[in-house]
Design a protein around this ligand. Structure first.
Ligand code: PLP
Length: 478
């Protein structure tokens, strides 16, 4: 492709993207295709000679769009949001053009240095304790991981390395395998599946602890579990506090867990994958009370802060444990400036890394903190609007507290009735929701996801839910 064609095609693509996004509300949020739908639409082999751009553009609507679930439609209420914005798309274009692999400082100094500064900017926006920030000149600092799952695993591996070293100092005769077999970690039974997975990948035991009536893991529960484990000769080393659980956006008592973790010398990691973006608004920071007691903190700007996937920001109070946990140093990765700036390859699982900080830089500059706060507040206000609509209908009940942009609700009655309702809603395809379950209670999750979402969309979705409810209840009464 010659440069002039690139410019023309980029214009076509910008046109297509804006048309897609600005009119996304008009598309059916859930596709109707069946598995394997695409095979007959594509040739069985790659083309031998180049094809025409216009044919490729035409195939987006013919081949791709029929199988797209429109995550950015205001009618999409499933999971948690994934973020997206024009500034982030522009930054990704530039990242694609520079196309460096910034594993060490010298591999592309700008890639590393802007990441350090962006993580400081963002850390300050959240009012993180200064120990987490590189600019404080201490041992702390931030990094962009691909996902929250990676952050939880990286923190676990750092905690594991730290504890093994400490125990070895006290018991030089114990083998590493003996120590690892005694290590035990803690999280709430409501923690994301990626936390359990980090335990499996890290080869250590994870205890999933009971929560209180507000679905929060409390300090006493954790202290009791630690006491029992120590009695058995086990070594507590890591705990994860979830701020905004996936199931129903509950917040563990970080302040209580922090006191216990610090007392017991247990590494405390905070998983605020979704809700962390809300801490850019001072009025929601009460939910991260106790953050100064944590060792690592992670949230996904790619969920709720208008930065496209992938951008999962993680801060460490003392990064030496993590960077020493998987430090291998082949000659081809060494450079003369080692030690003067971060080499992010030591902070993460893969070696390669994209120029992801550009997305943060563009989004923070082109929106400004005020507009990002507005975005978060508007989603939370819309969630409360939906909550009020649910409460106005005596057939429904709310499950848990509505604190962020997620409302958990159900029809009063059996789980089966709610399962039928959800199937009916998703089957109609006008809006999309997913279910969840706590203990034996099945409920529906309504997340405000789209940056295009407005009050009229909430009203539309509620009308749709009421319509499907009427249908289901009528059928049930026959
Ligand atoms: N933790 C929580 C609380 C989540 O809600 C999620 C995903 O929704 C994750 C972790 C996993 O996030 P990721 O896909 O970035 O690994």
């Amino acid at each position: 492709m010659d440069p002039d064609s690139f410019k023309d095609y980029a214009k076509d693509m910008a046109e297509y993207i804006t048309d897609y996004l600005e009119n996304i509300r008009d598309r059916r949020v859930l596709p109707t295709v069946e598995p394997g739908y695409m095979k007959p639409l594509l040739p069985s082999e790659a083309p031998k000679s180049p094809e025409q751009w216009k044919d490729i553009m035409a195939d987006i609507e013919r081949v791709i769009m029929p199988g797209v679930t429109h995550w950015h439609s205001p009618k999409f209420h499933a999971y948690f949001p994934t973020a997206q914005s024009y500034p982030a798309i522009l930054a990704d274009m530039l990242s694609g053009a520079i196309a460096c692999i910034g594993f060490t400082w010298i591999a592309s100094p700008a890639c590393t240095e802007i990441e350090v500064v962006m993580l400081d900017w963002l850390g300050k926006m959240l009012d993180l304790p200064k120990e987490f920030l590189a600019c404080s000149g201490g041992r702390g600092g931030g990094v962009i991981q691909g996902t929250a799952s990676e952050a939880t695993l990286v923190a676990l591996l750092g905690a594991k390395a730290k504890k093994i070293r400490q125990v070895k100092e006290q018991h030089p005769d114990w083998t590493e395998n003996e120590i690892i077999s005694k290590l035990v970690a803690y999280c709430s039974c409501q923690a994301h599946s990626s936390v359990e997975r980090a335990g499996l990948l890290g080869g250590i035991k994870f205890r999933q602890l009971e929560v209180d009536e507000k679905y929060k893991l409390r300090g006493d529960t954790m202290a009791e579990a630690i006491r029992k484990d120590k009695e058995q000769g086990l070594i507590p080393f890591y705990a994860v506090a979830t701020l905004g659980t996936t199931v129903n956006c509950a917040f563990d008592r970080l302040d209580e867990m922090g006191i216990v973790a610090n007392r017991e010398d247990v590494w405390l990691h905070v998983d605020a994958a979704y809700a962390g973006s809300a801490f850019i608004c001072p009025e929601f920071r009460y939910l991260m009370k106790g953050i100064e007691l944590a060792d690592s903190f992670n949230f996904n700007p790619h969920k709720w802060m208008l930065v496209d996937f992938d951008c999962s920001t993680m801060w460490l109070k003392d990064l030496t444990y993590v960077i020493n946990a998987f430090n291998v140093d082949p000659l081809y990765l060494k450079h003369d400036m080692q030690g003067s700036a971060p080499d992010y390859r030591h902070w993460q699982i893969p070696l390669g890394r994209r120029f992801r900080a550009l997305k943060l830089w563009f989004v923070l500059r082109l929106y400004g903190v005020e507009n990002l706060q507005k975005h978060v507040r508007s989603h939370i206000a819309q969630a409360h609007e939906f909550e009020a609509l649910v409460l106005s209908d005596p057939r429904f009940e709310i499950v848990g507290e509505v604190l962020m942009g997620l409302v958990c609700f159900r029809l009063k009655g059996s789980n089966e009735l709610n399962e039928i309702l959800l199937k009916r809603i998703n089957g109609a395809g006008n809006i999309h929701l997913v279910p969840s379950k706590i203990k034996d209670t099945y409920f529906l999750r309504f997340a405000v996801c789209s940056r295009f979402s407005k009050s009229k969309d909430i009203q539309y979705s509620w009308k749709e839910i009421k319509l499907r409810t009427n249908e289901v209840l009528e059928e049930q009464s026959l």
